[in-house]
Design a protein around this ligand. Structure first.
Ligand code: ADP
Length: 406
């Protein structure tokens, strides 16, 4: 089976192809045999296309293309032509899995795309105006290029869709519930994957575990996973709620926004820019949204960088504490994504306040290409560092949906 994964965004398209014929252990992610990116941000009227194969062949081209569907067609062409060719024909592709950001409350799992699913993604555009239109465009482009091939939507929100009402509802007016204003949560594909992988590493059944999964990348969120379901998470109606992030503020007093609107005349667009692009590690440090650069500056005595790292950690610990309360116990804390997979400083500092529970980390921790358990043998709580494999998880979900076909 050859499964194509497409992550269609507003400024870039990422795609990869998995050959699942030889995958023997479904819990271990194989490398894709081909991956490609379209970057629309380089120059007006042009797209940068890059593609590479597992065996190391690569190409980089600037193409005079502005139409997204035309760009996707050019990207898929590198599967069947030139140095990066890995297929004889595009008809060798058996199914396509799409990352779709918002599935609302209706989708608790991935789903085969039909006209109802497309209508739902369209209907949910007001909840994800930057992402759902791009995801829909990707689905239509694949239809145009590959015809009536099975396509599967894998929603970022699905893993959290069964959160209890007490965790999912905002304490605003009751009418918000009918308006769809509730907590949805995001990064669900990653939280679901690392939770299952944690169960495999621990040799336990996911249904018997209490886990806190920490997805710490440019965007950051935690999930409290109990019996295989997310019962609480830090992101909410949008990916802006919760932890401090690279350039996003995370949770702030909503009264600040009322103040800025009334006293400073801020518009919605200005607030959007401020909270999503000019806040978080970048806003506080004044250096970068990249934690590595902020930590380097802190180590050289930069005061704002130090404050940014301390705030990031303060909020991370506080939210781990609240997930702990939602779970009422903890078998393992799981770190994943760029920061979570790589930063020993964050592992150590995030875990430190939980030593009173018997959670202890090993000394001399370092990055590893393999997933690892970094707790001491006698720690009461396991601490796992797991490399997230969102593309592989999407391919697996697509395979599952395709195999369930009558
Ligand atoms: P995205 O959320 O865009 O997918 P990633 O999961 O790749 O991002 O995470 C990117 C972030 O990971 C970078 O901005 C950087 O801050 C962080 N990161 C990567 N490596 C390290 C490291 N060794 N130490 C600290 N932070 C790191």
């Amino acid at each position: 089976m050859k499964i194509l994964v497409l992550n269609a965004g507003s400024s870039s398209h990422k795609s990869c192809l998995f050959d699942l014929t030889q995958a023997s252990d479904a819990s271990l992610a194989p490398s894709p045999i081909w991956r490609a990116t379209l970057d629309w941000t380089h120059a007006e009227g042009q797209v940068e296309l890059s593609a590479e194969t597992e065996s190391g062949s690569a190409l980089n081209q600037s193409l005079p293309i502005t139409d997204k569907a035309e760009g996707i067609a050019a990207m898929l062409n590198t599967l069947v032509e030139g140095e990066t060719q890995v297929l004889d024909s595009l008809s060798d592709i058996d199914g396509v899995g799409h990352r779709v950001v918002h599935g609302g409350r209706d989708y608790v799992d991935s789903v085969r795309i039909d006209s109802d699913v497309k209508a739902a993604i369209q209907r949910l555009i007001p909840l994800a105006p930057a992402h759902n239109p791009a995801n829909l465009q990707g689905i239509h482009a694949i239809e145009a290029i590959l015809g009536d091939i099975p396509q599967v939507a894998v929603f970022d929100t699905a893993f959290h869709a069964q959160m209890p009402a007490a965790a999912a509802t905002y304490p605003g007016p009751y009418a918000w519930i009918d308006q769809g204003i509730q907590r949805y949560g995001f990064h669900g594909t990653s939280h679901r994957y690392v939770a299952q992988r944690a169960a495999n590493l621990l040799g336990r059944d996911l249904a018997d575990l209490k886990l806190i999964t920490c997805h710490l990348g440019n965007g950051c969120s935690l999930a409290a996973v109990k019996n295989g379901h997310s019962i609480d998470t830090t992101m909410g109606f949008t990916p802006l709620e919760g932890l401090m992030m690279g350039s996003r503020s995370g949770s702030v007093d909503p009264g600040i926004l009322i103040h800025l609107i009334r006293q400073e005349g801020y518009s919605g667009d200005r607030l959007d820019q401020l909270l999503n692009k000019e806040s978080g590690l970048k806003g506080i440090s004044g250096i970068s949204n990249d934690l590595r650069l902020v930590i380097d500056a802190m180590e050289q005595g930069h005061d704002r960088a130090k404050l940014a790292v301390e705030m990031f950690l303060h909020r991370l610990r506080r939210e781990i504490g609240s997930m702990l309360a939602s779970l009422g116990g903890l078998d393992a804390l799981v770190f994943t994504a760029g920061i979570g997979e790589n930063s020993a400083l964050i592992w150590q500092q995030a875990c430190e306040p939980f030593a009173f529970l018997g959670l202890n980390l090993q000394d001399n921790l370092g990055r590893s290409a393999a997933d690892q358990d970094i707790a001491t043998p006698d720690s009461s709580i396991r601490v796992l560092v797991i490399h997230t494999q969102e593309e592989w998880a999407i391919a697996q979900a697509c395979l599952k949906s395709c195999s369930n076909l009558p």
